[in-house]
Design a protein around this ligand. Structure first.
Ligand code: MN
Length: 152
C-alpha cells in the first residue's frame, strides 16, 4: 500500500506510466490519398489525419488521383464525389476495374446526403461513406473500420 501511495505521489513515475500507455496504442502510419477539390476541406482532412499519425497525399481532381493511386498504392482513398472533371463515382469504378488499384478501399465523401446515402454508395462499389461537413468521431471511426476490414 505504501508503494502505491509513493507511485501516485511521484510525478515522475506517473509521467512514465502515462507515456507507456500512449506507446501501447497502435500507430496509424498508413498512407491515405485525399481526392478533394475544395482546399478548406482538403486541409481539414489532412490536418485531422496527420494528427492521428496517418501519412497523406492529395489531389484536386479524379484524374490526378487515379495517377497517384497507381503510383503510390495508398492504404485507403477518400473520394469526394463532386469534382471538376471526372466525378468521384466514375473514378472509383476505374480504380476498382484496374488490377493495380482494385484492392485499395475507397470511402465516398459527399456533401449531398439528399441524393446519395450509405446504401446507394456501397451499392455503387464504395467501401465506406461519410457526409460533409465531416463529424470527426464518425469520420475517424469509418476510416478505422474500413482499414480493419481490408486487413482481414
Ligand atoms: Mn467537391
Amino acid at each position: 500500500m505504501s508503494f502505491v501511495t509513493f507511485v501516485v505521489n511521484n510525478s515522475g513515475v506517473i509521467g512514465t506510466t502515462l507515456r507507456h500507455a500512449r506507446e501501447e496504442r497502435p500507430v496509424a502510419n498508413e498512407l491515405i490519398l485525399i481526392i478533394e477539390d475544395n482546399e478548406k476541406n482538403r486541409k481539414l482532412v489532412r490536418d485531422v489525419l496527420q494528427v492521428k499519425g496517418y501519412k497523406t497525399i492529395e489531389s484536386e481532381t479524379a484524374e490526378e488521383g487515379l495517377r497517384l493511386a497507381a503510383e503510390q498504392s495508398p492504404a485507403l482513398i477518400l473520394m469526394d464525389i463532386q469534382l471538376p472533371g471526372m466525378d468521384g463515382i466514375t473514378a472509383m469504378k476505374q480504380l476498382k476495374a484496374d488490377p493495380n488499384t482494385k484492392s485499395i478501399p475507397i470511402i465516398a465523401i459527399t456533401a449531398s446526403a439528399m441524393t446519395h446515402n450509405r446504401t446507394t454508395m456501397l451499392a455503387e462499389g464504395f467501401d465506406g461513406y461519410q457526409t460533409k461537413p465531416i463529424s470527426l468521431k464518425d469520420f475517424l471511426g469509418e476510416i478505422d473500420r474500413v482499414l480493419k476490414a481490408r486487413s482481414k
